[in-house]
Design a protein around this ligand. Structure first.
Ligand code: G6P
Length: 362
């Protein structure tokens, strides 16, 4: 109990620890020469692949989406256990980025080994110094989230997305795809993320508790978004499945009309992750209207002051930061929602059934 520092569960403690974990990760990124080496390797690669499992896969997808927008080159994200479908396309001029909190996940380790066999180079991002994945990679970069006890990843996801976004900016800088001065502007944005996350947690907590009460009885939910918001939606859906046992599906919002919308009826919760990006917001508006017309309870996690506030049933406003920081600003209320629904159902969020913190079997 002493280790919980007054919080009822590790998960809640670790959610609140996120600003601190981000500060130490930032500190590490700025002083670690490996970051520069990793960016060089990526800028020089023919094709970049990125992989992970569970939450680490969501961070991987986020990296691919950010990198493609900033560096204007394809980056292929895949789920670690699916490496067999991708590895034959890799060769010595390609680079794999392997993302794993523990650095010990067997699926990710197997992917790394298979890519190395093809002659590809590997950059790892782990939270555990000297883990198998870090040891077997060519360049090891670290998050500095501190030990994560809760089975559901929280602070490690935010620190992963921070480190990977930093890496994407550094790579784009080397490739020369950024406007003059943009590198500094983007890195400054990333330096502000601990402050933004602090605010995201403190200003949404009470509202999210109320939302949890409203949806605690729901059997199923959707988490929709577009672009960089999509991995965040996936992470929100995974969290509520993992610890609150609510069936939740994340979908690209534009694809939701091709099937998922059939399930939406009055009081079906639909949570939209709405990035601070005018074009994405314009496109999401149509999807919000479609879901509203079917009577869904529409929740929008959106940047403060967004016009879409008026178009949703419940607006959860987060700091108005740059779109590259979407995972950092928008994830905390989704983590809190899963936590509170689990608590209302009398479940122990630190020990979800059937799940392990680290999966070392294939
Ligand atoms: C398990 C955990 C997840 C985690 C995944 C990948 O399934 O329950 O929370 O995201 O493994 O773990 P890793 O250590 O590789 O990030």
């Amino acid at each position: 109990d002493a280790e919980k520092e007054g919080y009822p569960h590790f998960m809640l403690k670790e959610i609140h620890e996120q600003p601190r974990a981000l500060r130490s990760t930032l500190h590490g990124l700025m002083s670690d020469a490996m970051m520069g080496e990793a960016a060089e390797m990526l800028a020089d690669a023919d094709t970049v692949f990125v992989t992970g499992a569970g939450t680490s896969y969501h961070a991987s997808e986020y990296f691919a989406l950010i990198s493609m927008r900033l560096a204007e080159r394809p980056v292929i994200a895949f789920i670690a256990s699916e490496y067999g479908s991708y590895v034959n396309a890799a060769g010595p001029r390609d680079v794999l980025v392997a993302v794993s909190q523990s650095g010990e996940t067997m699926d990710t380790l197997k992917a790394l080994r298979a890519f190395k066999k093809r002659g590809s180079r590997v950059i790892s991002l782990t939270n555990a110094v000297d883990s198998a994945i870090a040891r077997e990679s060519d360049v090891a970069v670290y998050t500095r989230a501190g030990p994560e006890i809760g089975v559901a990843a929280t602070k490690t996801f935010l620190t992963q997305t921070l480190a990977l976004t930093w890496l994407a900016v550094e790579t784009a800088t080397r490739i020369g795809s950024l406007r003059g001065g943009e590198e500094m502007e983007l890195l400054k944005e990333l330096e502000s993320t601990p402050k933004h996350v602090e605010e995201s947690i403190s200003t949404t907590s009470e509202l999210v508790k109320k939302l949890a009460e409203r949806i605690a009885g729901s059997k199923s939910m959707y988490y929709l978004s577009r672009g960089v918001g999509l991995p965040v939606a996936r992470e929100g859906a995974l969290k509520i499945k993992e610890i609150a046992y609510v069936h939740a599906e994340a979908y690209p919002a534009g694809e939701s009309k091709h099937g998922p919308i059939a399930l939406v009826e009055p009081s079906f919760p639909v949570v939209f992750t709405i990035p601070n990006d005018a074009e994405l917001q314009r496109m999401l508006l149509g999807n919000i209207e479609e879901m509203r017309a079917r009577g869904g309870v529409i929740v929008g996690v959106l940047p403060r002051g967004s016009e879409l506030r008026e178009r949703v049933d419940l607006a959860i406003e987060v700091p108005r930061a740059h779109w590259i920081a979407t995972a950092l600003t928008h994830t905390p209320p989704l983590q809190l929602l899963a936590y509170h629904v689990a608590s209302l159902k009398g479940l122990d969020p630190d020990k979800p059934r059937n799940l392990a913190k680290t999966v070392t079997v294939e």
